[in-house]
Design a protein around this ligand. Structure first.
Ligand SMILES: Cc1cc2nc3c(=O)[nH]c(=O)nc-3n(C[C@H](O)[C@H](O)[C@H](O)COP(=O)(O)OP(=O)(O)OC[C@H]3O[C@@H](n4cnc5c(N)ncnc54)[C@H](O)[C@@H]3O)c2cc1C
Length: 415
């Protein structure tokens, strides 16, 4: 690597911050510019719907790395700046203010943005009390309306919606969750796990409604506030605050406009390389072929963003680091620590271990005698072993797997 080379990283989230620092660690000698359109120092996103929303994690603990870490690594932080165009022929990026900057290598770490709710497009999404939740700025606006007794309508019963519901109901808000599918967490868990979560939320006081399609909103033009949610079954839900959490769209437009291959994610190989030898990409904005699952996947998780960034940093320095780690994710709701490993699509059997009633169990998704994925609830030590079961494609004895008296460790081959 030459010291006169320039690496520009677009996007200063989990992936971008890690990529910049790791590129330096892996031997990049030239300039590194980390460009992000948010003004805050790159920060942890998961607490936004958990401890930060609840007010138990202060702002100053959210930073991914201290400012001094970037300074020490010689990384120029260009925050509050948005890249508007990438010209691959000229190897130059342009910012929204018209300024341009040449690069030798480029990294896309542009993440994702909330999927817009179609029913809100007629004007509700411009109301002062209608929110999506992706950024620190979003949460700060939401928190100012978190008043005990307020009526909160959450559209979408995925992780973010349910985490927000758990925080809100604990703070004394009256919470309704409106989920279009027949159960919450339908995209990611088995019906048994969904029904467990629905029950927990209902016991906590959340009004969970499934199979409900939101098809409009009533607005008070004077106050510019949404006052009611309209559901396709004729139900009307009065509200003081609406939060929509129906997934994300990957930010791929910039890459696509520059001519890179995109298909619901910037296409990268297992080393985070795009089709252009001078460009890598990492995080929520990418899609790659998983050798473990034999298909292309786009993941939305911190562990994936970090690992892909390390692979990208290696690639930028002419090294090869292959992303073959097994996907995992977590969600905190009430006193429940949900940790999931693997992807359950294609499973033919679900086995439970532990006790759902006692809120301590694991759900194993099997295909034949192999474990494709595991959801663990309040079983953190078991999660570590479950990770090995999935990653190493270990054949298990189902009878022993469901027997809580048999330590899970006993199902793993001796080291
Ligand atoms: C509320 C919430 C809770 C979550 N909880 C969990 C959890 O518990 N566990 C877990 O694993 N994951 C969780 N996630 C998902 C996790 O946060 C993401 O997978 C992770 O942030 C992905 O990192 P990223 O860097 O790829 O993208 P992002 O974090 O989205 O960062 C991308 C950055 O690039 C910026 N950007 C985009 N385009 C440009 C441009 N043209 N110019 C400049 N900047 C640009 C974006 O504004 C953003 O700041 C959660 C997400 C949210 C929103």
């Amino acid at each position: 690597m030459r010291s006169d080379e320039v690496l520009i990283v677009i996007g200063a989230g989990h992936a971008g911050a890690e990529l910049a620092v790791q590129a330096r660690e892996a031997g990049w000698l030239g300039h590194i510019a980390l460009v992000g359109d948010e003004s805050a120092l790159p920060y942890h996103r998961p607490p936004l719907s958990k401890a930060y929303l609840a007010g138990v994690t202060p702002l100053d603990t959210l930073a991914l790395k201290a400012r001094a870490t970037y300074e020490k690594a010689g990384i120029e932080l260009m925050l509050g700046r948005r890249v508007a165009n990438v010209d691959r022929t000229a190897a130059r990026v342009s910012f929204e203010d018209g300024q341009t900057m040449a690069y030798s290598r480029l990294a896309f770490a542009t993440g994702g943005r909330p999927r817009p709710l179609p029913a809100a497009a007629a004007g509700a999404d411009a109301a002062d009390n209608f929110h999506y939740l992706r950024t620190l700025a979003d949460v700060d606006r939401i928190r100012s309306r978190f008043v005990p007794g307020s009526r909160l309508a959450i559209v979408g019963g995925g992780y973010v919606g349910l985490e927000v519901a758990a925080v809100a109901v604990k703070q004394g808000l009256k919470v309704v969750v409106l989920e279009a599918a027949s159960r919450v967490l339908a995209r990611v868990t088995a019906p048994r796990v969904s029904s467990f979560y629905e029950q927990v939320h209902r016991e906590a006081g959340v009004d969970v409604r499934t199979g409900v399609q939101v098809d409009g909103f009533e607005l008070d033009r004077e106050s510019r506030l949404v006052t009611r949610v309209h559901c396709s079954d004729g139900e009307r839900v009065d509200c003081d605050l609406v939060i929509a959490g129906i997934g994300i769209l990957p930010n791929t437009e910039l890459a696509a406009a520059s001519g890179l291959a995109v298909d619901d994610g910037i296409l990268v190989d297992a080393c985070s390389r795009t089709g252009d030898p001078s460009i890598v990409a990492a995080g929520d904005c990418t899609r790659y072929h998983s050798a473990l699952y034999g298909r292309s996947i786009r993941l939305e998780s911190v562990p994936n963003a970090l690992e892909q960034s390390r692979c990208a940093a290696a690639a930028l320095n002419g090294k090869e680091r292959i992303h073959d780690s097994v996907p995992w994710f977590w969600s905190d709701q009430y006193d429940l620590k949900l940790k999931m490993v693997g992807l359950s699509q294609g499973h033919d059997r679900l086995l439970l271990r532990g006790s759902v009633e006692e809120r301590s169990f694991s759900a194993f998704y099997l295909k034949g005698d192999r474990v494709l994925a595991v959801d663990t609830v309040n079983r953190v030590p078991e999660f570590m072993l479950a990770k090995r079961l999935v990653a190493e494609r270990i054949v298990v004895d189902p009878d022993r797997l469901v027997d809580d008296a048999v330590p899970l460790k006993a199902l793993l081959p001796a080291a």
